[in-house]
Write a protein that binds this ligand. Structure first.
Ligand SMILES: *Cc1c(COP(=O)(O)O)cnc(C)c1O
Length: 394
């Protein structure tokens, strides 16, 4: 092996020894309640396909039709020749859905954060950031060059204490929080955080990737959930989760959206989502605006599954959303639990350190409107058997 890459192989070996090497499963079917994983038919408890839209006939039909009208690729960055009528229609529709002044779309939720934070924050500024914010927020913060000051998770009092202590030393400030935290399924206290932001007249940004299509009326998101319309300056989101497609969005204050069209670097220097993506996202909005049926079913399923898991004696942690952590403690137990579930035909991911804190390893179950009651009962049966085998429940 070449000397200059030896260290990389060593690092990979270290990951393998520590049980932290990421073995990626291959899916051989569309997303849905059931998947073909590594050739085996399994119940899907892993995807962010909250509403079952990833293979919805209305979305696939819209994508095919758009390809016939517009082709596939945008062929240039948006600011040169890559903004199609479909991209603008999607942005108008997203703004209307969210009840905000304006919206701008990006290739992904990840690039939406990389675009937004450096456009709003510079070296002289400070970012107050929830300790458990998503990696894309953290990277956006680092890229901005601003001073990052973490506050305790979901703790508005800790946020205010940090603001009091530090604000005066900086030119401008922003508060950034995830909406729904993906590891625990808990929701940021956005009403309390907004009250602090307002008291100090600081910009407020929320990343609602796991809240869109899930929280609020008909899935309108965390701002709607808390009734904070017109009060949160920047709402970042993704179309890769409940929307079942791909793409990022920033919705909110019109002047901020206009500024991102001028200064959002992933917008200026990377091409937009493709034609079928944009068309499928619009079709997802049609479905969400047409009826709350899927969102209601998602919550019914989530409530049922959680209540039954508690009856079996499992600890489902702090979650108040369809994200259902099953707390197991040590990582090897969580991994063995996940393997035995897979053998029983249930695909559910084990999460350990450093994704979650030491000693807080878990299986994370992602509930979807695509699941039938029968699917959930099959899943519960497998959890019961494996839980008893491994002595997790009595
Ligand atoms: C999933 C997620 C993202 C990334 O979204 P993509 O569209 O997949 O890039 C960003 N932020 C949060 C909080 C997320 O959960």
């Amino acid at each position: 092996m070449s000397k200059k890459t030896e260290w990389i192989q060593q690092e990979i070996n270290n990951l393998q020894t520590a049980g932290l090497y990421n073995r990626i499963r291959t899916i051989g079917s569309p997303q849905g309640a059931w998947l073909t994983v590594d050739g085996k038919q399994v119940l899907n408890f892993c995807s962010n396909n909250y509403l079952g839209l990833a293979n919805h006939p209305q979305l696939t039909a819209a994508a095919k039709k758009a390809i016939d009208g517009f082709g596939i690729g945008p062929a240039a960055v948006r600011s040169i020749a890559g903004t199609m009528t479909l991209h603008l229609e999607l942005e108008r529709r997203l703004a209307a859905f969210k009840g905000v002044e304006a919206a701008i779309t990006f290739q992904s939720g990840f690039t939406a954060n990389l675009a937004t934070i450096p456009a709003l924050v510079g070296k002289e500024d400070v970012i107050f950031s929830d300790r458990l914010n998503h990696a894309s927020i953290i990277d956006g913060c680092r890229l901005s060059g601003g001073k990052i000051i973490p506050y305790e998770h979901c703790d508005a009092a800790s946020l205010e204490a940090q603001i009091k202590e530090n604000l005066a030393q900086f030119r401008r400030a922003i508060i950034i929080t995830d909406g729904v935290f993906s590891m625990d399924g808990d929701v940021a206290p956005l009403d309390k955080i907004y009250a602090v932001a307002q008291r100090y007249d600081i910009l407020l940004m929320v990343d609602d990737a796991h809240g869109e299509g899930v929280l609020g009326k008909g899935g309108r998101g965390i701002v709607d959930h808390f009734g904070l319309h017109g009060k949160v300056d920047v709402e970042v989101g993704t179309m890769s989760k409940a929307f079942g497609v791909m793409g990022g969005v920033v919705a909110g204050n019109a002047v901020i959206v206009e500024w991102l069209r001028q200064r959002g670097r992933p917008f200026l220097f990377s091409s937009a989502v493709t034609v079928p993506d944009a068309a499928a996202c619009i079709a997802a909005l049609d479905i969400l605006e047409g009826s709350t049926e899927l969102v209601d079913k998602l919550w019914d399923n989530a409530k049922y599954f959680k209540a039954e898991m508690k009856k079996l004696g499992f600890d489902t942690g702090l979650s108040t959303t369809p994200i259902t952590p099953v707390m197991l403690g040590e990582a090897p137990l969580a991994q063995q639990f996940s393997r035995e579930l897979f053998e029983a035909g249930v695909f559910a991911m084990a999460l350990g350190y450093p994704t979650v804190p030491q000693g807080k390893a878990r299986i994370r179950v992602m509930i979807s409107a695509a699941h039938s009651k029968d699917d959930l009962n099959k899943g519960l049966g497998a959890f019961m058997n494996v839980g008893k085998n491994l002595g997790v429940i009595g």
